[in-house]
Design a protein around this ligand. Structure first.
Ligand code: BMA
Length: 333
């Protein structure tokens, strides 16, 4: 369905002017007349899954293809700890925030809003923040654990801010992953509610484990086009990767079409993956066979660009005419 850009991967660790090992899962948006990317960097020894740490870097571009990385990372666990002290005081646990990662960028009326995952002593939380310069971040909200992915829509709907989210609940499940995607609303970006499930892995014939929101949805004439990620786990099939005990999960990009007025209503869904791991940079790396989209931009020309983490190691882009994507979504049975 999508065509991979010939320059893929568009960003890799060797493009960074600071210690970087795996560079992936990047929020991408058009902001103040250019493209901006906020990416995750797990740094350590190449080929080793135990990293020294994770930070976030920023890259900028005039065309969304050739990127220049800023000289230094802009956020790490220590920065997140300081920025979150008003929401999550230190006494809640030793090493209470150990990682900030998987950023998404949403621009609403010219302002840049961010969603991150933050590992805390009490599980993974979704965090919201605002920035003007992608250098300093004002953290505005923290979800209850466990919430792994949060993605904000690019405009208010019926007077509400709206986000898709993916709780990560393990309690009472005996380790089984069957996690759907949910939607919540807020008047003020601070108090969230009216939460309801939208789509689950059982809706997707190619997924058997979990799904989640990927990149901020884009408004089209037919509905909100919402990229997602969907996981198929096969313990019989060892995939390429750096994990000593093996890696068995294939991550696909998927696509849903949501109602413009009520985005908790699914109007259409691609029954096959929007993008499946096939290129060498998608099949091999820290975790092979992973496509994890965090950025989605529809150009004025009608070209829809999906930016994604490839094999948890590099950042790539693939595109298609937006009308083809709308046509590929079939009504939910
Ligand atoms: C998910 C997240 C992503 C990652 C993916 C594949 O659960 O942790 O950050 O890209 O797994 O490893």
């Amino acid at each position: 369905m999508l065509t991979r850009h010939p320059a893929n991967p568009l960003l890799k660790h060797t493009d960074c002017p600071f210690p970087a090992t795996t560079v992936f899962n990047a929020g991408v948006a058009k902001y103040q007349g250019r493209y901006v990317m906020l990416f995750r960097n797990d740094h350590g020894r190449w080929g080793h899954p135990k990293f020294d740490g994770t930070n976030l870097g920023v890259a900028e571009s005039e065309d969304g293809i050739r990127w220049t990385v800023r000289p230094r990372p802009v956020l790490d666990a220590e920065g997140a700890r300081a920025a979150l002290r008003h929401l999550y005081p230190e006494r809640f646990g030793p090493g209470f925030i150990s990682r900030v990662y998987d950023p998404r960028i949403t621009v609403i009326e010219g302002r840049a809003y961010l969603c991150f995952a933050v590992d805390t002593a009490h599980g993974v939380c979704g965090v919201m923040a605002e920035t003007e310069d992608f250098e300093t971040f004002r953290f505005t909200g923290l979800s209850a654990p466990e919430n792994r992915n949060m993605v904000l829509f690019p405009e208010k709907i019926g007077g509400d801010f709206v986000r898709l989210e993916r709780p990560f609940p393990m309690y009472l499940r005996g380790g089984a992953e069957d996690f759907p995607m949910w939607l919540s609303r807020s008047r003020d970006l601070s108090r969230w509610g009216e939460t309801r499930p939208v789509l689950g892995p059982r809706d997707l014939p190619y997924a058997n484990s979990k799904i989640g929101p990927a990149a901020p949805p884009v408004r089209t004439r037919a509905g909100w086009l919402a990229p997602l990620h969907a996981v198929n786990k096969d313990p019989e099939r060892r995939l390429l990767g750096w994990e000593p005990n093996g890696w068995f999960k294939t991550y696909y990009a998927g696509l849903a079409l949501l109602d413009l007025e009520d985005p908790s209503r699914v109007l259409g869904l691609m029954r096959t993956p929007l993008l499946a791991p096939e290129a060498d940079y998608e099949l091999d790396g820290f975790r092979g066979s992973v496509i994890f989209p965090c950025g989605f931009i529809v150009e004025d020309s009608g070209e829809a660009r999906l930016y994604y983490g490839a094999a948890d190691t590099a950042i790539a882009m693939a595109s298609a005419p937006v009308e083809d994507l709308i046509a590929a979504c079939e009504p939910l049975g």
